[in-house]
Design a protein around this ligand. Structure first.
Ligand SMILES: Nc1ncnc2c1ncn2[C@@H]1O[C@H](COP(=O)(O)OP(=O)(O)OP(=O)(O)O)[C@@H](O)[C@H]1O
Ligand SMILES: [Mg+2]
Length: 262
């Protein structure tokens, strides 16, 4: 039985910059089933970030339908979005004037329904959940390493226990060891929290470590959305260049060693 968390039908996204018209998505279809970890890959500028922002309801497509947890994405609105969908933005996007704990608590505080003590407690739980100690709570973002910033961003994305988590390049800019640590964290959160995850990544290790499916964006559409083994065998120039280089071979070896998921 299918139980889609995200359904995208005939999505078109067109940007008009002065004289120039650029078509980013054209009749794009994508379905994400509950419990999946779907990785979106595609060249730079193929509209991956735009697609995540549309799923979150922050941007409206030119045409087409996006349904998230049974409702039109546009209806998630600004407040509803944080409750049902958590997002880790491509460039961290912590508020530099807020402490770590204030950053994590921000979406909860905006609701104005809980007392301060409870909000602080909930944020402390999430801090621990992403593997950071209580001593980090009162630090400022400028005092943190890249890996810690990603973890704090993740804690903020999870503060409302959303069923759907969107991650834009969660391991970019991290050294290999921190990237591995962050991947393991995501993997255990996914297993422990009944999360559905859509992530964008260029990093093949992250891709093969986490994905139950890979959706490839090319030629303005999703050309294939399938298990990693099927995707790497799909005949398309982008896929061959992306997966069959030296980096790709290394990651494929990892895939063969990986225990089966889902
Ligand atoms: N608000 C906007 N107005 C005009 N053009 C935009 C707007 N937002 C995005 N674009 C364009 O849409 C295209 C897709 O952008 P997007 O940021 O989604 O790419 P991406 O696939 O995430 O790339 P990267 O891998 O580099 O992060 C780009 O050409 C970008 O310049
Ligand atoms: Mg992007």
């Amino acid at each position: 039985m299918t139980d889609p968390v995200v359904e995208i039908r005939k999505l078109c996204t067109v940007f008009q910059n002065g004289e120039k018209t650029s078509v980013v998505h054209k009749d794009l279809d994508l379905t994400v089933e509950r419990g999946e970890v779907v990785s979106l890959v595609g060249g730079s500028g193929t509209g991956k970030t735009v697609l995540l922002r549309q799923i979150l309801g922050l941007e409206t497509p030119t045409r087409g339908e996006i349904t998230v947890l049974g409702k039109p994405a546009a209806e998630l609105g600004k407040r509803g979005a944080a409750r049902r969908v958590g997002m880790l933005f491509q460039h961290g996007a912590l508020f530099s004037a807020f402490t770590v704990l204030e950053n994590i608590a921000f979406p909860l505080r905006e609701l104005r329904t809980l007392p301060d003590g409870l909000i602080r407690e909930a944020a402390m739980v999430k801090l621990q959940m992403v593997g950071l100690g209580p001593e980090v709570a009162d630090k400022m973002p400028s005092d943190l390493s890249g890996g810690m910033i990603k973890r704090v961003g993740l804690a903020r994305a999870l503060i409302m226990d959303p069923p759907l988590l969107l991650l834009d390049e969660p391991t970019s800019g991290l050294d290999p060891e921190s990237a591995d640590g962050f991947c393991s964290l995501l993997r255990s959160l996914h297993q422990g929290m009944e999360l559905t995850v859509v992530l964008v990544t260029h990093d093949l290790d992250t891709l093969f470590e986490l994905s139950t499916r890979i959706a490839v964006l090319a030629d303005q559409e999703v050309i294939i959305n399938d298990v990693p083994e099927k995707v790497v065998a799909f005949p398309h120039p982008f896929i061959q260049a992306f997966f069959l280089g030296e980096r790709g071979q290394r990651a494929m070896a990892l895939l063969r060693k990986r225990p089966a998921t889902v």
